[in-house]
Ligand binder design. Structure first.
Ligand SMILES: CC(C)(COP(=O)(O)OP(=O)(O)OC[C@H]1O[C@@H](n2cnc3c(N)ncnc32)[C@H](O)[C@@H]1OP(=O)(O)O)[C@@H](O)C(=O)NCCC(=O)NCCS
Length: 194
């Protein structure tokens, strides 16, 4: 399991964007060494959490996958690493993460998750904004994703970025048979936003 696997394409994804909100955030590609911290957030966020292996696959095996983490540069006490109790390595804590696939000219977002301790502070918006910016920069013309129909926070976040429902997948989620809302956003051709 090498840390820097993913090929030359992945190395191009060295995004260093700063958030302007109340938290100072930095986006960077997810590494295998992040997975233990990511899993702590994942299992508290979903009834059907991804496994460690699933994240390893995203990082190392799927050439068109672009997983990222948002690090909290300065914690609430003025120290780095307070978002989820500090990172295992003593570095900045992971406030949230997201995975997306670059499928030709489409950005398919497969996971957006924010640590429960720091929700409603703009981390979700930061992740979405930076992913969509990067996808557009790389040539995407549209973005798609799926959300549980009951997930009002996620649906509202996505609507804020111009996503609209285009289809329903009946009984998509095996834990409770809930429907998935398929949402689509087309980038405006004039290059404005997100
Ligand atoms: C959905 C999620 C990623 C939002 O992250 P966040 O950092 O709390 O979101 P932000 O603070 O950036 O809020 C952005 C927008 O999301 C919406 N939102 C976020 N939390 C919300 C809530 N509890 N209720 C309603 N809307 C909410 C709002 O539209 C908000 O915009 P506003 O602040 O202008 O009202 C977060 O709640 C989460 O990780 N949930 C669990 C995992 C999950 O369901 N992921 C999505 C899978 S499809």
């Amino acid at each position: 399991m090498s840390e820097d696997a993913g090929g030359p394409d992945r190395r191009k994804l060295e995004i260093f964007a700063q958030g302007n909100g109340p938290m100072r955030l930095r986006l960077r590609p997810m590494r295998v060494s992040d997975i233990s911290e990511v899993m702590k957030i994942e299992v508290r966020s979903f009834s059907l959490p991804w496994t460690e292996d699933a994240f390893v696959r995203e990082i190392e095996k799927i050439p068109f996958s672009r997983p990222v983490v948002a690090e909290e540069l300065e914690g609430r006490n003025g120290r780095a690493g307070t978002a989820v109790g500090g990172s295992a390595t003593g570095g900045p804590a992971i406030a949230g993460y997201a995975c997306w696939w670059e499928v030709k000219d489409e950005c398919h977002i497969t996971n957006v998750t924010v640590s429960p301790e720091v929700r409603r502070r703009g981390v979700g918006k930061f992740l979405m904004r930076e992913i969509l910016k990067e996808a557009r920069r790389r040539g995407a013309v549209r973005a798609t994703l799926e959300a549980r129909i009951s997930n009002e926070a996620a649906v509202s976040l996505y609507e804020g970025f111009g996503f609209a429902p285009v289809a329903m997948r009946k009984g998509y989620y095996p834990d409770n048979g809930e429907d998935a809302l398929v949402m689509l956003m087309e980038f405006s051709p004039d290059g404005e936003g997100p």
